[in-house]
Design a binder for this molecule. Structure first.
Ligand code: AMP
Length: 599
């Protein structure tokens, strides 16, 4: 009988109903049951041992990179890495070969596994030679289990396998991507925390449209459902029409396809907004069925995260789905999910990411004074909100950056808290945080102001949140998308500026039917926010460049859109500083001369 080392994942899989579906490929209908999963993992692990020529002990802790499409084969490959105590390094097939080579070199991968679909990608990556040439392994496509029951797999040994895990690479907006090491116990803690908060069950069917080299797609939408016994239906890459059709399918009376309703959908804000934008183009029968599919009684849970959810998007979805409110959460590669709104509607607060998830400890620390903002001290004596960096601790936090002890040391405090670099405030919200969604969702809720490095604009001694201004801009009918950034300013240090994609209405909303202008924007915001927060400059663009998770790289964007202006301002600030210094020097010399004269 095949055997695997015990782990929370494998124990759980063995206990799930063997007849229940674990993974289904949405378009082809290729479908796999929990009953065969451990057997496939054991086979895949054996293949790995054979292909690398290593013993189990030698293999433990090695990095195994793989490029496999979003499918049952991906799930098995990832679990086989965990089963062999190796560190799985999932690669994004969409990345350029140079990026993939960097990851292989940096992680010192022992092997690169690839499915037949990505044989060319692997070939391209390996052709120029790497620092340590990985063993190239072609994976065979796993056959669909038709009827036959799989032989049982014995689980033995300790259930706390520690050496293996998963390593994800950060998007590297400031430096080269860093390898975030998530040991198996961290992955298990992250999944358990989510299962407790969001109540994944074996009745859930999750539609999976996210990339699988990111924490959202791998932990929230893959490992947690596997641990909970839910079904994952892969439908990648995201295609808005296909998603609408799939959601609607079970509710189209004439359809002879028997697709079960989707109960769980977790995506990024840009996907929610694309679904809303495409709604009006759907044919009437599809609209009717899809309208039914997205109601709470069918789609139990719809989640948004990985970037800020604009309130108008949240509201529009609530209206369209007849009250199925989106649940927002906050997380990052290094920590999995950290904060989340609750299952009870009262705990899905607009603009908030809720409370620290089960087992997560969170605190806010004033970035200037390093003072901890204790509960009850969230406002100053003058009644001003105190914002602070979110710092986190607990079993869900990553172990460190791979081969980068300096970065690891820099991002943790002496007493072991991880510094997220995200700024937030904490506020009590009437009716919310009273434990209706669970013990963990109590007290004042967190509201994200943005990344310390890109979203906090220091203007005339005040700190302004780019995310807060973006929220206000997005509530205007002229604004389709926007990014608020800080530009250097001689008078104010920094000043907010907006980069905007106009709606159709916005294109003729200016004076005399012209395009909406900076002046129109300032006028529109006048009654909504204090003057110093209102962006001074504005540029209209056709689209905002976003990565696969809907995130904007603001550093690149500022350079692209406002590069010349920034250079001019920097020069004038430098010139002003020079003038000021020269004046100070002159004054000092005069004073000295005067003093000498009197002596
Ligand atoms: P990543 O590690 O690529 O998932 O990026 C993590 C970053 O995404 C966080 O540090 C936040 O800046 C941002 N982020 C994630 N979720 C949210 C959210 N709900 N609201 C605002 N920002 C978010």
């Amino acid at each position: 009988m095949a055997a695997l080392q015990r782990s929370a994942f494998f124990d759980a899989i063995q206990q799930h109903d063997p007849e229940s579906t674990t993974v289904v490929h949405s378009l082809s209908g290729r479908s796999f049951k929990f009953g065969g999963l451990l057997q496939d993992v054991a086979k895949s692990k054996d293949n790995l041992l054979k292909a690398t020529g290593k013993t189990e002990d030698q293999l433990a802790g090695e990095r195994i990179a793989f490029v496999v499409e979003n499918s049952y084969d991906y799930v098995v490959t990832l679990l086989a890495c965990l089963a062999s105590n190796t560190i799985a390094v999932p690669l994004a097939p969409s990345f350029p070969a140079s990026e993939l080579r960097y990851i292989l070199n940096h992680s010192q991968a022992l092997a690169l596994l690839h499915s037949s679909t990505f044989a060319k990608v692997a070939q391209e990556v390996l052709k120029d030679g790497l620092d340590q040439q990985p063993i190239s392994v072609a994976l065979e496509k796993i056959k669909e289990q038709k009827g036959q029951s799989s032989s049982p797999v014995e689980l033995k040994g300790e259930s706390n396998a520690a050496e293996g895990g998963m390593m994800l690479y950060t998007s590297g907006t400031t430096a080269r991507p860093k390898g975030v090491l998530l040991p198996q116990p961290v992955l298990i803690a992250q999944c358990r925390s989510l299962i407790q908060a969001w109540n994944y069950t074996s009745k859930d069917r999750l539609l999976h449209v996210l990339p699988l080299h990111h924490i959202h797609g791998t932990v929230n939408a893959l490992l947690a459902p596997v641990l909970a016994g839910s079904t994952i239906e892969f439908m990648f890459p995201f295609n808005v029409d296909a998603v609408w059709k799939r959601l609607a399918a079970p509710f189209i009376a004439s359809s002879n396809e028997h697709k079960p309703p989707i109960t769980f959908f977790t995506v990024v804000p840009t996907i929610w907004s694309r679904m809303l934008q495409s709604w009006s183009d759907l044919p009437d029968d599809l609209k009717e069925a899809a309208g039914e599919a997205i109601q709470r009684k069918n789609l139990r849970l719809s989640i948004s995260g990985s970037a800020a959810l604009p309130t108008p998007t949240k509201k529009a979805w609530t209206d369209l789905s007849k009250g199925n409110v989106l649940l927002e959460r906050f997380g990052m590669t290094e920590v999995g999910m950290a904060l989340s709104c609750g299952l009870d509607d009262i705990d899905r607060i607009d603009g908030s990411v809720g409370w620290p998830l089960p087992s997560v400890e969170a605190r806010l620390v004033d970035p200037d004074t390093q003072e901890i903002i204790k509960p009850g001290e969230e406002t100053t004596s003058e009644g001003k909100e105190r914002s602070g960096e979110i710092q986190l601790r607990g079993p869900t936090i990553f172990k460190g950056y791979w081969r980068n002890p300096e970065a690891t040391k820099k991002e943790f405090t002496e007493d072991g808290w991880f510094k997220t670099g995200d700024i937030a405030v904490r506020k009590p919200v009437h009716g919310a945080g009273e434990g209706k969604s669970g013990e963990w969702a109590t007290g004042p809720a967190y509201f994200i102001h943005g990344r310390k490095s890109a979203d906090i604009i220091k203007t005339g001694g005040e700190k302004v949140s780019a995310l807060e201004i973006e929220r206000e801009l997005l509530s205007l009918p002229q604004v389709k998308e926007c990014a608020v950034v800080g530009l250097p300013s001689e008078a104010w240090g920094q000043k907010a500026a907006a980069i905007i994609v106009l709606t159709e209405q916005g294109k003729t909303a200016g004076r005399g039917g012209k395009e909406w202008s900076a002046l129109d924007m300032r006028r529109a915001l006048k009654d909504k926010m204090v003057a110093y927060k209102i962006p001074q400059d504005m540029k209209i663009v056709d689209e905002l460049p976003r990565n696969a998770m809907g995130k904007i790289n603001k550093k690149d964007l500022v350079q692209k859109v406002f590069g010349d202006l920034v250079a001019i301002r920097r020069r004038s600030i430098a010139a002003a500083e020079e003038r000021a210094q020269a004046k100070a020097k002159e004054a000092a010399e005069q004073a000295k001369g005067g003093a000498n004269g009197h002596a």
